[in-house]
Design a protein around this ligand. Structure first.
Ligand SMILES: [Zn+2]
Length: 251
């Protein structure tokens, strides 16, 4: 979630569970938005259609107004499958994010640095379609990678895409299919945030990625499985970070 200086708000990915077994949209996302006084979203921007990134959209659409849902090149049907079948989902229009698009909201700059339109593996959905989104304000910037893979990272490094960012959302939950050395050196983050489920069955994050982050970036590493919600606040110059764990014993 990003909140701008005058209270506009948007989300980049929503979280979700792999089989859609837990409604993160209504049980986590919406209460969290309301906690910050956010009663509507200008838009939700998605890196790709997998449940763990887009699974919360259905629940959010049922509870609060959303301007528009911005998606990758995976086809609307793949997204609808992830969002579920509620009337709110069926009513919602979606717009495909185009690479090179830029917008500014209250001085917050949003850049779509990458939006792959085709996939060499032949599949029409998945990590290979991850969009790369950069949000910046003043001197600070945040890079949202989704599950962008090393092959795509290499394309971006080779193109010389300006990747340098203050904060990196580490690709694919700290899996070794992402976070190549060259990519990490190009981003040069001061903070690396790994969004990862506590005790997940994938073995994320990989030990090797943690040591690569230390070696290639020297950044401070924050993990949502250990620190809970990671919140950054900036006036464009100073940057403050807070972490908090909220226990939900009803889960
Ligand atoms: Zn993922």
């Amino acid at each position: 979630m990003v909140v701008t200086p005058h209270g506009h708000a948007f989300m980049i990915d929503t979280g979700g569970t792999s089989q859609g077994t837990y409604d993160i949209g209504t049980k986590v996302d919406v209460p969290y938005l309301l906690h910050y006084g956010v009663r509507k979203l200008d838009f939700i921007m998605l890196t790709h259609a997998h449940e763990d990134h887009a699974g919360g959209v259905g629940g959010i659409l049922q509870k609060i107004p959303v301007g528009t849902v911005l998606i990758g090149h995976e086809g609307v049907a793949n997204y609808r499958r992830t969002f579920g079948e509620s009337p709110a989902v069926r009513r919602e229009s979606m717009t495909v994010l185009q690479e090179g698009t830029e917008m500014t909201l209250d001085g917050v700059r949003i850049q779509i640095l990458y939006a792959p339109a085709e996939n060499k593996t032949g599949s029409n959905t998945g990590n290979e379609f991850s969009n790369l989104i950069r949000v910046s304000y003043g001197q600070h910037s945040f890079l949202f990678t989704g599950d962008l893979s090393k092959e795509h990272e290499a394309i971006l490094v080779q193109r010389g895409t300006p990747l340098a960012s203050t904060v990196l959302k580490v690709g694919h939950h700290g899996s070794d299919t992402s976070s190549s050395e060259a990519f990490l050196r190009a981003v040069k983050p001061k903070w690396s945030v790994i969004s990862v489920g506590y005790g997940n069955s994938f073995g994320h994050p990989r030990e090797e990625i943690i040591s690569r982050l230390h070696r290639c970036t020297g950044s401070e590493i924050l993990r949502t499985d250990e620190q809970g919600a990671v919140v950054f606040a900036t006036d464009g110059e100073k940057l403050r970070v807070n972490t908090q764990i909220v226990y939900d014993d009803k889960r």
